[in-house]
Write a protein that binds this ligand. Structure first.
Ligand code: UDP
Ligand code: MG
Length: 316
């Protein structure tokens, strides 16, 4: 069994992949650990696969899997963890934003008995708007989620074999790994590192993706939004009762009078809006159930290449 597997999801990373690979080998060589690198090509269209083929045929420690289309980073991480055979697994990005120099430090901490070693980045060099949004988001997450997620604690981490096996045993198809890492537990330690800009290429995370990712995070870990919907409904009902009492009192004291066109319209529109929002929340959960019930695989593999150097094509 190799001591370390490095799992790297890649989507359109042909510009940096070679630099990344060299940096990784340079960082691992002095440690003397036996390792393998598991690349997952997430349906890249820019020749990343060719680069990976070349790396894999030049070095038996390199293996890769290539998806039939883009399935997202979560699917890439899952495929990589399934490929990994090491006693410890490091998950990292291909764009050098996760500095390979930190891997020896992770191994060091792992040797002290930790099952999860998390590299937590600060937010240097990030736009002010994105920074503010992330801050607010993590505050929200801490309030609403049953699992603990630290700001800046991403996927860059080392997992012990038993932690990986545990993650692989979780069957859900909607994988929000930040939450899953926290859910599985085990002894976890983190250390901070300075955020670095991506070496080349562009980030695949833009506004809308981030928003959806955020919503996924909030919804995939509990049903608290449903509980909130019930609370909102109860409060509204209570205020309606109070308002009705007030009207009755008015009629009794001042006699019948029927203004109130504006109040009616406002009430109808406000209630309509709240109902639709709540239906949306319910729909979101129903959608999730539907999605899980289909039991589709997380990804479709086009090609894999193992240490034997022979390409194996799979169809599903
Ligand atoms: N990635 C992936 N599939 C995707 C998007 C991203 O495998 O659909 C990989 C990407 O190649 C990189 C890592 O996930 O290795 C992080 O992506 P990116 O740098 O775009 O995200 P950011 O660092 O901006 O959060
Ligand atoms: Mg990046």
């Amino acid at each position: 069994m190799v001591q370390l597997s490095v799992v790297v999801p890649c989507f359109d990373e042909s510009e940096v992949i070679d630099a990344f690979h060299t940096a990784l080998l340079d960082a691992l060589a002095p440690t003397g650990v036996s390792f393998e690198v598991c690349y997952v090509d997430d349906g890249s269209r820019d020749g990343t696969v060719q680069r990976l083929r070349a790396l894999a045929s030049a070095d038996p420690r390199v293996r890769f899997t290539s998806f039939s289309r883009n399935f997202g980073k979560e699917a890439g991480l899952l495929a990589g963890m399934r490929m990994a055979r090491g006693a410890a697994v490091v998950l990292m990005d291909a764009d050098l934003q996760h500095p390979p120099e930190l891997v020896p430090r992770m191994l060091e901490l792992h040797r002290q008995g930790y099952d999860q070693v998390v590299a937590v980045r600060d937010r240097t060099g990030e736009g002010a708007v994105r920074k503010a949004f992330s801050r607010a988001y993590y505050r929200l997450v801490r309030r609403f989620m049953d699992v603990e997620i630290a700001d800046g604690a991403g996927d860059f981490r080392l997992l012990s074999r038993r932690a990986v096996d545990c993650l692989l045993a979780l069957p859900e198809s909607n994988r929000f790994s930040k939450g899953l890492f926290s859910w599985i537990g085990f002894d976890t330690v983190d250390f901070a590192y300075r955020n670095v800009e991506r070496a080349a290429g562009t980030s695949k995370w833009r506004g809308r993706h981030l928003l959806n990712y955020g919503i996924d995070g909030l919804l995939s870990f509990n049903s608290r939004p449903l509980r909130l919907a019930i609370h909102a409904g109860l409060w509204l009902f209570l205020s309606a009762v109070l308002y009705a009492l007030w009207i009755v009192a008015n009629v009794l004291l001042d006699g019948v009078e029927t203004p109130g066109y504006a109040t009616l319209i406002t009430a109808i529109v406000a209630l309509g809006g709240i109902q639709i929002a709540i239906l949306g929340v319910i729909g979101e959960y129903v959608g999730r159930i539907y999605h899980e019930a289909k039991r589709r695989p997380h990804y479709v593999v086009r090609e894999t290449e193992g240490s034997t150097g022979t390409a194996r094509r799979e169809e599903r």
